[in-house]
Design a protein around this ligand. Structure first.
Ligand code: SF4
Length: 346
């Protein structure tokens, strides 16, 4: 077993009495099997967004401004802050002066780059290419005269960004299958749908089915716009949900895909699901008597935090780790040209 004791304090009543008397054996810890779901953690869009900020810092020096959290993870954001990134919510928080401003992986409404251009800002777009694909779908439908239904979570930055690709009123937002009944559209024959990339695959299938029942002529993508990373992480959780007593999802409370993983785990047969950010957040009173748990991580959570959680369990249990791999991922996205090839002119 590695790192016994380590940086985590021994619990009261679990002192290693073998160190006090050579005649007594150490008290054994309960055994715990941890199933690590794979794939988990960083997706290609998150890797690219973080690389963009780091590359901008390397090329142009600090500060580099970032509009909104580049990805929804405090550990990642704090790490970039330490390197010289400054996070703001709106462009008017950025002083004039030609410093780069990066738009987050979630995408932004068109009004944001327009406002940045009006101020001659040096813009770098870290929108995930799979979000940009949804923007382009929505624009194509709009150009063809279709009204657009967006399935997504109200207030999420990606939804704000997708709605903001088109004029006000061009996109109707719905969140659930129940919302379909009350949906008022201009012409049911001229309708298309797009979806947020980080939704529950199963919920979205129900919403799309409800849309197709009520509006048989509605057009849409082949299935939905949920990205490969969201789909794979949800399927990997389903593969272990029936074997575990608890699912821990490493991720932030504002991370859509992380919250969906908790829901998917519980719906797929796991009795309990918890979202956790750091090892120090674990409530050991609620984590007694376990024999098999599962751990996964949202697309914006780095693997170092998964390791931290596993190590926290090692301080309380005799841990065996088993990785359950649903499929391998081999996706990567190129950096914007200016960052790939060297300094661009601000
Ligand atoms: S979760 Fe999917 S859409 Fe979002 S950044 Fe990752 S790959 Fe892109």
């Amino acid at each position: 077993m590695r790192r016994e004791g380590g940086k985590f304090p021994q619990r009261r009543g679990r002192l290693d009495i073998g160190t006090r008397s050579p005649h007594l054996r150490p008290m054994t810890r309960p055994r715990l099997t941890i199933l690590l779901a794979a794939p988990r953690g960083f997706c290609a869009g998150v890797v690219r967004a973080i690389d963009i900020v780091e590359r901008a810092l390397a090329l142009y020096g600090a500060p580099v401004y970032v509009r909104h959290e580049i990805v929804h993870n405090k550990y990642v954001v704090d790490g970039l802050k330490a390197k010289g990134a400054i996070f703001v919510e709106e462009l008017d928080q950025i002083p004039d002066g030609g410093r780069p401003v990066v738009f987050s992986a979630h995408g932004v409404p068109k009004s944001v780059p327009q406002a940045a251009s009006a101020r001659h800002m040096f813009q770098i777009d870290a929108t995930c290419p799979l979000v940009t694909k949804v923007h382009m779908e929505a624009q194509r439908h709009h150009t063809e005269g279709l009204e657009i239904v967006l399935i997504g979570h109200r207030g999420h930055p990606e939804v704000i960004g997708t709605m903001g690709q088109l004029p006000a009123g061009a996109v109707r937002l719905i969140e659930t299958a129940e919302d379909v009944a009350g949906l008022a559209v201009r012409d049911p024959r001229k309708l298309a749908y797009v979806t947020q990339t980080t939704l529950s695959v199963d919920d979205t299938r129900d919403v799309i089915a409800a849309l197709q029942r009520r509006f048989p002529a509605i057009r849409g993508p082949f299935k939905d716009d949920i990205c490969y990373a969201t789909t794979n992480r949800q399927e990997a959780v389903k593969a272990i949900a029936g074997r575990i007593e608890l699912l821990l999802v490493v991720g932030a409370p504002n991370s859509s895909n992380s919250k969906r993983l908790v829901e998917v785990g519980v719906r797929s047969g796991c009795p309990r699901g918890l979202l956790v950010q750091r090892g120090a957040d674990l409530d050991w009173n609620a984590l007694q008597g376990l024999s098999t748990i599962g751990i996964t991580a949202g697309a914006s959570a780095p693997e170092v935090l998964v390791n931290e959680i596993v190590d926290a369990f090692r301080a309380h249990y005799d841990v065996t780790v088993e990785t359950v791999t649903l499929r391998d991922e081999n996706v990567s996205f190129k950096l914007p040209r200016g960052l790939r090839e060297g300094p661009a002119s601000p």
